[in-house]
Write a protein that binds this ligand. Sequence first.
Ligand code: ASP
Ligand code: MG
Length: 412
Amino acid sequence: MALYVQKYGGTSVGSVDRIDAVAEKIKRFKEQGHDIVVVVSAMSGETNRLIGLAKEIQPGAQSPREMDVLVSTGEQVTIALLCMALEKRCVPARSYTGGQVKIVTDSSHTKARIQDIEVSSMQQDLAEGRVIVVAGFQGVDPDGNITTLGRGGSDTTGVALAAALKADECQIYTDVDGVYTTDPRVVEGAQRLDVITFEEMLEMASLGSKVLQIRAVEFAGKYKVPLRVLHSFQEGPGTLITIEDDSAVEKPIISGIAFNRDEAKLTVMGVPDVPGVASKILGPVSRANIEVDVIVQNVAADNTTDFTFTVHRNDYEATEQVLNQVATELGAREVVGDNKIAKVSIVGVGMRSHAGVASKMFDALADENINIQMISTSEIKVSVVIAEKYLELAVRALHSAFDLDANDSVSE
Ligand code: ASP
Ligand code: MG
């Protein structure tokens, strides 16, 4: 017998039939003797629909407080319908909005952060045999205002409840059956991972894998909540995201290949090589609210240097404008850029104990004649920036170089 927090995403509760199917599934878990706390998203498309209404009625900037009152209704619909579907199956259940649980957040409307969760009434319901169905993505601030946690926030609700209730596992039910070594749409032989560490998952998520909200993974890592990603309507073990274990089992050096094609690169050429230049270049960029990713500064020659960094492709023009101004002020030669680049990364905690991982990566890319434009590393990741047109080729080459391809295809 265990206590599970199960989160079902928007597509899993996207219709009345699916809500019925989720209720069936929960009933089976109850029959096995488990205690179940369910967190649900709004029915698929509903949050976007509500945001669309708000934009129609208040174009420009919508009132953040009223936005939260509005979008939190999506999840409220789902909790009620799911409880009805459970009661119809003689499974006692009770719905809770975020405010009813008392998921207390700060007052940053539309991007609130959880501060505290009151567990007493949930624990009483569990003791009395009820399934608890909680609206994801929402909370209440200390003054009683409804707040929401940011898009995709139901994952965070699930993890936070699991941490507060000391659940045995937080299970994220979704439309894929786990976390893969890479995107199966790019590499046919991509495999579902049985286990991945929080750190690896965080890298994969920030590098473009969209299975889980980054914040939820961070939260789970901080409180050591075992997290499992599973398919809502297919049987299977899914992928367990957990702490690194030092067991003797031979682990792969690389767990996955992540990639991101929405990148652009800019270079300020011929910058005077004096203290404070990096801050003079990146300060205005950050004040323009543009997020910078990989940064490279060359060794100076002739007292000047080149300074290159990447940004999201959508920010390319805005960054170029900022840099043109900065270049004039600094007396730099020129600003050049390329918005057809992509970033490919190999991720694995095994890297810590294995030398030569990066050179193996560079060999594999060289064999395919792919030019590396930038390189950045962390303890468990090596990223390279390459021309976007070689992205698929690079991902496939690396997937096979690091022995991640399935021997016999495991997919259907
Ligand atoms: N319904 C919210 C959204 O679409 C929260 C969630 O699904 O996690 O972003
Ligand atoms: Mg979601």
